[in-house]
Design a protein around this ligand. Structure first.
Ligand code: HXC
Length: 261
């Protein structure tokens, strides 16, 4: 276990890294220094081939309750803009990590917390988790990509209602709208999330990387563009040692041993 900040620790289980925000007393609110530490961690992780899956979680009933309102209520517009730019950069770094990223949302994921989850490849949640973009209630708007990423993930109407009302949305509702993929009792969340992470970490690395690339970039253009991206990725994979191994293992009724090339 490594402590990266007063409120941030990392744990490793083989190829799975678990990044935990430990600020239960403020429900995981993101101070500037915490965002900076999380950003430095992501920058280092980008070049760390030992980690295949990143699990992000919080503590107690707080995943991340958004920006630290106590810290930001009295800052100048320049300081506020600087925080916004920092958050945007850190969230985009998370979104573009080569690893598979999973948000294990244990409790409140509000404002920046929901935005962090929306940057991850997968979101799994505790039954008690509550998501929302409540910035409108503060006379503000989501500034860490919430309007754009929620609209892309759940549709423009769903996002419009969430942004305009700022209401809290429970895990089951977000599962129905496709943002959350699995919902578990709070006491089981981490065990189930680690199982999922380990399952993915056990899949052939190049196929996982290509699948992430296709799923991410394919939706940026039209269907024909996406189909081309998919086909090219599959062609690249077909020549790999892991594809040969996977097919051979299936035909010989044995477990495959993937080597990552
Ligand atoms: C700082 C926060 C916080 C936050 C909670 N706390 N959210 N501190 N920043 N975002 C603190 C509370 O002040 C309190 O501290 C402790 O955490 C527990 O919170 P309670 O409110 O007592 O708990 P509860 O009654 O269960 O309500 C939980 C809650 C509520 C519904 C999540 O805390 C809440 O609405 N929080 C604000 C959520 C929010 O608006 N997030 C910001 C989104 S805007 P004490 O010391 O009193 O025990 C954003 C964009 C930028 O992210 C905005 C810039 C200003």
């Amino acid at each position: 276990m490594r402590r990266l900040h007063e409120h941030l620790i990392e744990d490793r289980r083989d190829e799975v890294a678990i990044l935990r925000i430990e600020r239960e007393e403020a429900l995981g609110a993101l101070s500037r220094s915490l965002v900076e530490s999380i950003g430095s961690y992501f920058e280092a992780l980008r070049d760390d081939p030992a980690v295949r899956v990143l699990l992000l979680t919080g503590t107690g009933k707080g995943f991340i309750a958004g920006a630290d309102i106590g810290e930001y209520h009295a800052v100048s517009s320049d300081e506020f803009d600087s925080y916004q730019r920092l958050s945007r950069r850190v969230f985009s770094t998370l979104e573009s990590l080569p690893q598979i990223t999973i948000a294990a949302v244990n409790g409140y994921a509000l404002g920046g917390g929901f935005e962090v989850a929306l940057c991850c490849d997968l979101v799994v949640a505790a039954e008690r988790a509550r998501f929302g973009l409540p910035e409108i209630k503060l006379g503000l708007l989501p500034g860490g990509g919430g309007t754009q990423r929620l609209a892309r993930a759940a549709g423009i109407r769903f996002a419009t209602e969430a942004v305009l009302t700022g209401r809290f949305i429970d895990a089951d509702e977000l599962r129905a709208s496709g943002v959350v993929s699995r919902v578990h009792p709070a006491g089981e969340l981490m065990d189930r999330a680690i199982e999922l992470a380990e399952e993915i970490a056990g899949r052939p690395p190049m196929a996982v990387a290509e699948a992430k690339h296709v799923l991410r970039t394919g939706l940026e253009g039209g269907l024909e563009d996406g189909l081309t991206i998919e086909q090219q990725a599959l062609s690249r994979l077909f020549g790999t040692a892991d594809a040969a191994e996977g097919i051979n293992a299936f035909l010989n009724k044995r477990e495959p041993r993937f080597v990552g090339r």
